[in-house]
Design a protein around this ligand. Sequence first.
Ligand code: ADP
Length: 451
Amino acid sequence: MFPQRFDSIPVYPFSSGSPVNKADAAGHIHPKLKWLMFARLIFTIFLLGSTLYLQYQSKEPSISAFITILYLLIAVIFFLSLLYAMMFDRIERHWLFAFIQIALDSFIVSMIVLITGGFFSIFSFLYLVIVIYASMILYLRGGIALAVLCGLQYAAIVFLQLVDVAESVGINDGAALHQIGYLQIILKVGITTIACFAVAVLSGLLTEQNRKTQSDLRAMEMHVKRVEKMAYMGEMAAGLAHEIKNPLASVVGCIQLLKEELRYDPDHQRLMEIVLRETDRLGHLVNEFLLFARPPAGKPELLNVKQAIEEIVGLFEKDTNYSHRFTLKKEIIADATILMDTGHLRQVLWNLLLNAAEALQGEGTIEITAIPDSNDEVSIHVRDNGCGMTPETIQKIFDPFFTTKSEGTGLGLSIVHRILEAYDSRLDVQSQPEHGTTFSFSLKRSDKVKV
Ligand code: ADP
């Protein structure tokens, strides 16, 4: 993309950027699900041990039905665990897979509650355990879904006991329940359900908070690493670029002289054209490299966001190399002012728009939005519905020289990164292969005066 980039634009001495790939939840669910499956296995082995001990200790015939059901449950859990293990790497819808596992766990818990006394069972607390790990694995939404499921199952168990169905199949004795008032029954079922909800909300919120903190930390860590790497590469690059620039200027000068003075020969002319074209290309590359390596300080001035963006976008729309490819949508609500060098803003937006246009497969849409946020900043997004990127590509896009384009230099985003850092801003990216990409950054508003 370098031939069209503004290489004359001054850039600030430092920059920003960080690919906060909002890692999809699947990535988080997978390892947790492994732990759950392992914990379930340990629990089942423990249950098997306890059942064997119970069988050995008690010779009462009345308990044998109970033990048979326990063995049946243990067999079911082992079978399900085996099934889950076999399906683990093949299933792509991790959330659903985890939800089904936990929902089945809740049915097993219901069976345990049913055979150990239903309403009187001391194992009803297991519902809370289910809801806690549901919230930890499936976050707030999953936790609440499981709380509903557990509440319903507990109510159903008590109902079955009340209408003597449980007793009629010999699972437990419902007689004791008839001694208790309806109010007390409703109260206990209600409290158990509310407890499930409360636990779901609390642990769900905690887990969400934890996820956000971890992802912020990861983003910050990547950001710091990237800044260090860029500063180091910048130092090396600056020296190298200067070394290349001077001999390159001599080569161009000599060829131009030769071109004028040599007798006309079409073959020589063609060769000299090639030399000039390639040195020109090299010159662009060196300029870009310098822009990234030692970005010149700009002159920050008060800019009206709406005006400035519309001007840049207007220019970009007129660029005939790309204008036929896209429909551009604008939503610039931020009629605010920022303190920024015009050239810097132009460079940042131009590079992002250019990448967006190049990402389009055939024709597509590019959307640019500038919206004020609650932190007295203007949030700017450049969105395209182009080819998108895989998580592996996203990890590398801010590395200088990383490119997937045959004509690319891999410096565009590094330059944007460095410019934005001078304004304490960070470039975030969200992308999905075949669905498109959104680059976002925020700029501090210098005031809130409506123009
Ligand atoms: P270049 O454009 O010269 O390759 P950049 O630093 O601008 O260098 O971009 C690096 C790489 O990031 C690109 O080669 C491309 O793979 C990826 N990329 C950047 N923007 C987008 C986008 N909007 N959609 C898809 N891929 C993108």
